[in-house]
Write a protein that binds this ligand. Sequence first.
Ligand code: F6P
Length: 333
Amino acid sequence: MLMVPPVSKKPKINSFAVLTSGGDAPGMNAAIRAVVRYGLALGCDVYGVYKGFSGLLEGQILPMSAASVANIIQRGGTILKTDRCEAFHKRSVRREAAHILRRKGIEGLVVIGGDGSFTGAHLMGRENGFPTIGIPGTIDNDIAGTEDTIGFDTAVNTAINAIDRIRDTASSHDRIFLVEVMGRCTGFIGMDVGIGGGAETILIPERKRPIEDVCDSVERGLKRGKTSSIIVVSEGEKPGLSSRIANDLARRGYSAKVCILGHTQRGGSPTAHDRYLASILGASAVAHLVSGKSDAMVGVQNDKVVLVPFKNVIGKKKVVRDELITLAQILAS
Ligand code: F6P
C-alpha cells in the first residue's frame, strides 16, 4: 500500500516552493494541492512558482493558501502553468534562480515534471546547496526509479476510449487503422493502450518491427475472418510515424487510415488512480523535504513510496518489459 513517510520531529525547512515543468500531465493539479495542503498542515509557508523554471527566473512566485488549491483535484493541466526552459541549461542562470528563491526566504523546491525538469532541479540544488525534491509527472511513464508517473493512467484511458470509438467505424467499413499515441522514445503508452484496447498489432520503439511483419499480422487477421484491424503506433522521436507506415502499407497494397491522437492524451480530468497517486506522492515529497532530504525523486516501487536519488533517475533508461511485449503478441494472435 502507498503510504506517506513519517516527518522528522524537528523540521529542517519552514518554507518551500512548488512548480510544474515540462509537458503537462493530468493529475499535476492534484499533486500541487497535496504539496500545498500537506506543507501548510506541517506549519510551512508554501509558494507557487508560475510557468516552471522560466517563471522562477522572472520572479513569478506567489504564496499559496489552502483555498488557492480548492476545486482543482479534478482538473487536467496545471494551475501553475508549465514551460520547457532552455535558459536553465546555463549554470549562471541556475545560480540566479537559487538567489531569487533565497531572497524570498524560500528554503526548498518541489519540482513536478519529468527527466529534463529533474536535471534542472538536480543541478540547481547541487551547485547552490539548495534542497530540491522531484515528483514524477508525465504521461509517458518513462522515468527510471518509479513504476508509475502522474498522468500516465489518464493518458492510457483517454487513448483506449478513442480506440473503442475507432473500432466501431473500422469494423463498419472493414478498414485498417493506424492509431498513433504519444510517449516519445518509449512505448509504455503504446503497450498499455495496445493491450487494453485489444489492438491487432502494437509498434513500439523498444522493439522495431519491419513493415513485412505488420503486413503479416494484417494477413493473419484476414485469414481468421477479421475484416478490420487496429494497429497502435508509438510516435517515437516525433509525431507522424503512423503516416509513414500508412505509405509503406499502401506500397504493399494495403490501405490504412491514420488517426494521430496527439495532445488529446495530455488533457482531461485525471482518473481516480492519478488523483490518488498524485496526492500520496505530493504529500510524500513534502514529508521528505521538510525532514531534510534533498536531490531525490519520490516514486513508486512494489506498491511502496520510495525516495530515489536524482543521480539514479536522470538520463537512466526505462524500457517496456520483454514479457509484456511477448504477452501482447500472444493476445493479438
Ligand atoms: O513528454 C510528454 C509528451 O506529451 C510526449 O509524449 C510528446 O512527445 C511530447 O510531450 C510533446 O511535447 P509538446 O507538447 O512540447 O509538443
